[in-house]
Ligand binder design. Structure first.
Ligand SMILES: [Zn+2]
Length: 263
């Protein structure tokens, strides 16, 4: 990997990715925070055979990167999870643990050297595996009932500027709609956008996926309420999502056309 000094700390906690025809391609990148008091404690746990958890990489606050599990193997980082209708995302994903004490031990900003390393690592992974921007997710996106990581302090806009993940710049007028109620029709449209983006939306339990969306795309308040600002933000992200899927589809058609031309 160019520009990245990766240290090896092999974890025993991994399995195969399945055999053909059940082999599912790597198509998702999942970002986590460690949520432990120190990097060393997190590394110990991720390598402890009793704990049965792991990730492919861990990035320390000073930017040091550890490889725990080879990408060709299935690391145990996502647990019960769902995104875009696909469940058990360990089978199709690469997981990065980013050192941070998390909400339990004193959640804090992710320092610059750490973000520089995270950005370089993510760019490399999405480039090699052609992971589309709408399949770069936080753990809380794919398990909103259980997880809050990497959380509202994580710099998603920066990653998006580097070509990793979705981040539409918010319309400046949007903030005025915060806290304002929405009608039945707007609420239905917002929840449908939420599901289309990939979140698992269970009727009667819309709060957790809404809060996960807010942590990521409207990080000033994550109350799980579909207010006017959240509804507007959902529409902005859904628009970018549609543009990304359409661009991908057009590229696929081009490749197919070129293939037919040369064959
Ligand atoms: Zn996590």
């Amino acid at each position: 990997m160019r520009g990245l000094d990766i240290r090896e700390r092999p974890s025993p906690n991994h399995g195969d990715r399945g055999e053909p025809p059940n082999l599912r391609p790597i198509n998702t990148l999942v970002l986590h925070y460690t949520g432990m008091q120190s990097a060393e404690a997190a590394l110990d746990r991720l390598c402890d055979p009793e704990a049965k958890v792991s990730s492919h990489y861990l990035v320390e606050e000073d930017g040091a990167v550890w490889r725990l599990v080879p990408e060709a193997r299935r690391a145990f980082h996502a647990g019960v999870s769902c995104w875009l209708g696909e469940s058990d995302l360990n089978w199709v994903s690469i997981g990065i643990e980013i050192v941070n004490p998390g909400h339990e031990w004193g959640y804090r900003k992710f320092p610059e050297p750490q973000m520089t390393a995270v950005e370089a690592l993510c760019r490399d992974i999405v480039g090699r595996h052609r992971i589309p921007s709408y399949r770069v997710v936080g753990h809380s996106d794919i398990a909103p009932d259980r997880k809050a990581d990497p959380g509202e302090l994580f710099d998603w806009p920066r990653l998006a500027r580097a070509g990793v993940g979705l981040w539409p710049e918010p319309d400046p007028g949007l903030r005025r709609r915060r806290g304002r109620g929405v009608g039945i029709v707007e609420r239905a449209r917002g929840l449908s956008d939420l599901a289309r983006l990939g979140y698992e939306v269970v009727p009667g339990n819309e709060g957790p996926p809404l809060a996960a969306f807010q942590r990521r795309f409207r990080p000033e308040r994550w109350d799980g309420r579909l207010d006017g600002e959240t509804s507007g933000r959902l529409a902005e992200v859904a628009q970018l999502y549609d543009a990304s899927t359409a661009a991908l589809e057009a590229a696929r058609r081009d490749r197919f056309r070129n293939y037919r031309r040369v064959n």
